[in-house]
Design a protein around this ligand. Structure first.
Ligand code: GCB
Length: 596
């Protein structure tokens, strides 16, 4: 029953915010007695924990604990907020959360990496402290997205059906914020376009309440464009035309400010956001930014850092963009879940391209109809939430509806007529059409697994492939791996005539491990693997991008292919020191004589 995500909290003359980040109370509830014992009326004998931040590595002995935990904080609410609507907004709670305010339930939410909002008007107290309680659990279940406990291809502990560690808890800030009571701006959708030298912004405004009119003001480049709007059924539209438009692109990521004002006789509410004017499209060879081919150089990543886990950490986020730029990268996929909102705001400002992905990872279709349907419902919901949250970012150039779905829990392509192959294709196509219906301005894709069904590849606007020939197959033999990669690329392009991005390729390397001839797990092997894949794909004009897996080493569950509990495919170590391959990429991607 999460209310709509709403606009990112903003403080101005009509709105207020209170970031509740800090040290909260925390208590493990392994016996599931918390609700019976009314822990929402106050946690006794609690420990301290930092929010935002995953809990797993903050406290002793709970690294692998994924069952019920309780968080609590207390705050005064300023008396100036008395005649305002008050909301609570949780940036990310992994995986299932229930929220109480002053002991009263206000709602619950499923899904770990997108925000949710509840109205708390009826529950706040004035002149005394307000208690906010959040119960969370991250049980690995086969009817969840991402999936766990499926006895699938990854036999790891904890038993996720993916390799990144299932960090849990309040990974992003929790906010209280207000909107005006009389009427307020609920949502703004901005669709950019341009024709010749004239830009346009289609601004759709949705309000709660009955304000009659409003104004949309676009400013930038020292100029201002204003349009009055009139509401009908709480909706209004403006189409702003901008002569001599400054487009948003990689060299000059120019942002326009869009301000929406709601009014009767007086101003009731206002909200401002920044966006860029650019188009994204696809022809049969390339992804096009503003009509020109753009070659996507970059990485798959994780939100992952020692101790903090998947918690929001702005210094590391900024550093990661710096290092990606240092290598010459221009793009990133938010593998395997939508990232913290500051990530997208930063990408907008510095001119970086994002493939935005929902947490639909580890998906398979040889399962009961009921589990398949449940996961499909959750995934569709996540797509809607991700779109609502991220739609106005010029940096977001594509939507990814899944990472490495497979017909079978244990991988494999099967025959075209096998039920899981047929059902999987239908379900993935359905997800792609859901996001395309919401947004006709960005391409959509799913990210395919090595050895998966060929017939699924064509459902993406451009084809995304994760391939590890020369690592997971053809082990130790890069040359043979690259030969197979070449064959598959040529066959796939001949069949579909669509551009292809390799969304993952890479090899584990233990920093500091060397060999004269490339040998698995050394820096030399990793570098050689990446080099030979780049050499191959540079000669294919329909390859529209190469994303190395991974930007940095990251924490995994325990398993026999994850030495010490880490995936070492980073070109940087987990503490962001470059391996040989990072230096190699820096030379290669900054080399202006290289056409890609
Ligand atoms: C993949 C997955 C990614 C893994 C990677 C690996 O195909 O998409 O999540 O981390 O392989 O290194 O095994």
């Amino acid at each position: 029953n999460a209310e709509d995500i709403g606009l990112f909290p903003q403080r101005n003359n009509h709105r207020n915010t209170l970031d509740l980040s800090g040290i909260w109370k925390f208590k493990v509830d392994s016996l599931h007695v918390g609700e019976k014992e009314s822990w929402f009326n106050g946690l006794s004998k609690a420990q301290s924990i930092a929010v935002p931040g995953s809990y797993n590595e903050q406290l002793n002995g709970i690294r692998d604990y994924l069952d019920l935990v309780w968080y609590e904080t207390e705050t005064y609410i300023p008396k100036e907020w008395k005649d305002q609507n008050i909301f609570i907004r949780v940036g990310s709670a992994v995986y299932h959360a229930k929220v109480w305010v002053n002991g009263k339930p206000v709602g619950y939410h499923e899904g770990g990496h997108l925000p949710f909002v509840f109205s708390v008007n009826d529950h706040v107290k004035w002149n005394e402290k307000n208690r906010i309680t959040i119960q969370i659990e991250n049980e690995m279940r086969v009817d969840r997205v991402p999936t766990g406990n499926s006895n699938g291809a990854f036999s790891s502990f904890p038993s996720a059906n993916y390799d990144f560690f299932p960090y849990s808890g309040l990974n992003r800030p929790v906010w209280l914020y207000t909107t005006p009571k009389k009427a307020y701006i609920k949502d703004i959708t901005v669709i950019p376009n341009y024709q010749g030298t004239t830009g346009s912004l289609d601004v759709k405004v949705e309000q709660v309440g009955n304000a009659k009119k409003g104004t949309v003001i676009v400013s930038g480049d020292g100029k201002e464009y204003t349009q009055e709007i009139t509401f009908k059924d709480q909706l209004a539209n403006a189409k702003i035309s901008i002569p001599n438009v400054k487009l948003w692109d990689l060299e000059n990521p120019f942002l326009y400010n869009v301000k929406v004002v709601l009014k009767d006789s007086d101003i009731i509410d206002s909200y401002e956001l920044e966006t860029g004017i650019r188009t994204v499209s696809v022809n049969n060879k390339s992804v096009l930014l503003n009509g020109k081919p753009v070659y996507l150089k970059g990485f798959g990543k994780h939100e992952d850092f020692p101790v903090i886990g998947r918690g929001q950490t702005n210094p590391v986020m900024i550093k990661d963009f710096e290092l990606m730029k240092w290598t010459g990268a221009n793009s990133v996929r938010t593998s395997h879940y939508p990232y913290d909102e500051e990530f997208y705001r930063t990408a907008d400002k510095i001119g970086f391209l994002i493939i935005d992905e929902i947490p639909n990872v580890g998906m398979f279709f040889d399962d009961s109809d009921q589990n398949i349907e449940t996961r499909q419902r959750i995934s569709s919901n996540m797509l809607k939430e991700m779109y609502t949250r991220d739609k106005n970012h010029p940096s977001v150039i594509s939507w990814s509806v899944a990472n490495e779905p497979s017909p079978f829990a244990k991988f494999g392509a099967g025959k075209e007529t096998d039920k899981p192959v047929v059902v999987g294709k239908q379900k993935l196509s359905e997800l792609i059409s859901i996001i395309k219906k919401l947004d006709s301005t960005r391409p959509a894709l799913y990210v395919s697994v090595m050895g998966g069904p060929e017939s699924w590849l064509g459902i993406s606007d451009y084809i995304a492939m994760n391939r590890y020939y020369g690592w997971y197959t053809n082990v130790g033999n890069i040359k043979e791996g690259v030969r197979i990669m070449k064959e598959e690329l040529e066959k796939t392009y001949a069949k579909y005539n669509k551009p292809i991005i390799i969304t993952e390729f890479g090899a584990d390397a233990q920093a500091g491990m060397h060999s004269d001839q490339p040998e698995m797990f050394t820096e030399e092997y990793q570098k050689e693997f990446i080099k030979q894949y780049l050499d191959l794909t540079d000669s294919k004009d329909y390859v529209t991008g190469m994303h190395v897996w991974n930007f940095a080493d990251f924490k995994t569950g325990q398993g026999i292919i994850r030495f010490g509990g880490f995936n070492y495919k980073g070109v940087f170590t987990r503490d962001r020191r470059p391996k040989a391959s990072a230096h190699f990429l820096r030379e290669r991607w900054n080399d202006k004589t290289n056409k890609k």
